[in-house]
Design a protein around this ligand. Structure first.
Ligand code: HEM
Ligand SMILES: CC(C)=CCC/C(C)=C/CC/C(C)=C/COP(=O)(O)OP(=O)(O)O
Length: 302
């Protein structure tokens, strides 16, 4: 049983999934606060449904990459490459999680359910095969990666056919807030992943993955990490600019953005794994922290 739980954690990529779900959960609460009505049972359904959907997407990803994962240290102990789980078992688990998760989300809000299916397809069946072909995969993967805040926000609204009911809320609020959250998460993924790709480059090469901007640990890739890190400064000011993020959020966001920029700058100077790691760790803290602070410093748009 203990082994199964550990294998299940590796199949769904637990820590990554929890952060993805966290972003959707926070966004749900922001959407609910926008309507001045938090329905906690719906929040629980979104959180469980979001977990199952993300777990399913990761399960499909590990089924598709089971042979390549055998070649990398980082992934060789996943249950499929290690031979502790069969493809059939992983397929049953992933299908079950995908179907059940989609049913839960569709029940909350049809659009949220539809976007979730779109995210699974884009991540597992477009991004995953593309990883073997070109670094463009990272740009493609950033779309499903940024969808959770959008899904979470819309899940806080009642369905109305393909759309949702928002009589009590302005049109600006239901467009601007979730799309700005989408944008922040979208841009955040470039310093996040390129820093990881730099640190793990030798391992990735074993499986033939070349995911850095130029496919190499060269000056241009280092500069792309720097530029993507610096971009987090203006991106972090967007909630204040649009009037739904307060000053506490903006200060935390700016400190995070400047830290990204500082480590990105050190990285173009030194171009070492150590400097890339600093950018990577900044990314691990930046997104959950700024999202949590935003929840408490959110100003509903009129
Ligand atoms: C283009 C999109 C993305 C790519 C290519 C990507 C790639 C990766 C990879 C390869 C790792 C593993 C690093 C390791 O083995 O040490 C990782 C870790 C992580 N990612 Fe991402 N990621 C992306 C988007 C996201 C998103 C959207 C989130 C959350 C909202 C996220 C959260 C995390 C977290 C928390 C970790 C560390 C936990 C762990 O290592 O299990 N990532 N990412
Ligand atoms: C709502 C929903 C269904 C979202 C699904 C999207 C999702 C799981 C996004 C994470 C983004 C992503 C591209 C991770 C990288 O995996 P990787 O394949 O590069 O990681 P690996 O090398 O560790 O396998």
């Amino acid at each position: 049983m203990k082994q199964f739980i550990s294998d299940f954690n590796k199949l769904v990529k637990l820590r990554l999934t929890l952060t993805v779900v966290f972003s959707a959960s926070i966004s749900f609460l922001i959407g609910a606060r926008q309507q001045d009505d938090i329905i906690w049972i719906n929040w629980l359904i979104l959180t469980i449904g979001g977990f199952l959907i993300t777990g399913s997407a990761n399960g499909f990803n590990e089924i598709i990459e089971r042979d390549l994962d055998k070649l990398m240290k980082r992934t060789e102990d996943r249950p499929l490459p290690a031979g502790r789980m069969t493809t059939g078992q992983a397929l049953v688990l992933s299908l079950f999680m995908g179907i059940f998760g989609t049913l839960l989300l569709v029940r909350l809000n049809f659009l949220a359910g539809l976007l979730s299916v779109f995210a699974i397809i884009l991540y597992a069946f477009v991004y995953t095969p593309l990883k073997q072909k070109s670094p463009i995969a990272v740009f493609v993967g950033a779309f499903p990666g940024a969808l959770p805040p959008l899904i979470g926000y819309y899940a806080a609204f009642k369905s109305a056919g393909f759309g949702f009911e928002y009589a009590a809320v302005s049109e600006a609020a239901i467009v601007i807030t979730p799309w700005v959250l989408f944008l922040i998460q979208f841009f955040w993924q470039f310093p996040h992943f390129w820093a990881i790709a730099w640190v793990a480059d030798e391992d990735y090469k074993r499986a033939g993955f070349r995911l850095l901007p130029t496919t190499k640990k060269d000056t241009i890739s280092a500069w792309m990490i720097f530029i993507s890190a610096v971009l987090m400064v203006p991106v972090g000011v967007l909630p204040l600019y649009y009037g739904f993020g307060g000053w506490v959020f903006t200060v935390v966001s700016l400190v995070g953005g400047l830290l990204f920029a500082y480590y990105g700058f050190k990285h173009i100077k030194e171009m070492t794994d150590a400097t890339a790691k600093k950018v990577m760790f900044t990314s691990f803290i930046y997104l959950p922290l700024t999202q949590l602070v935003l929840l408490f410093d959110f100003i509903p748009l009129k």
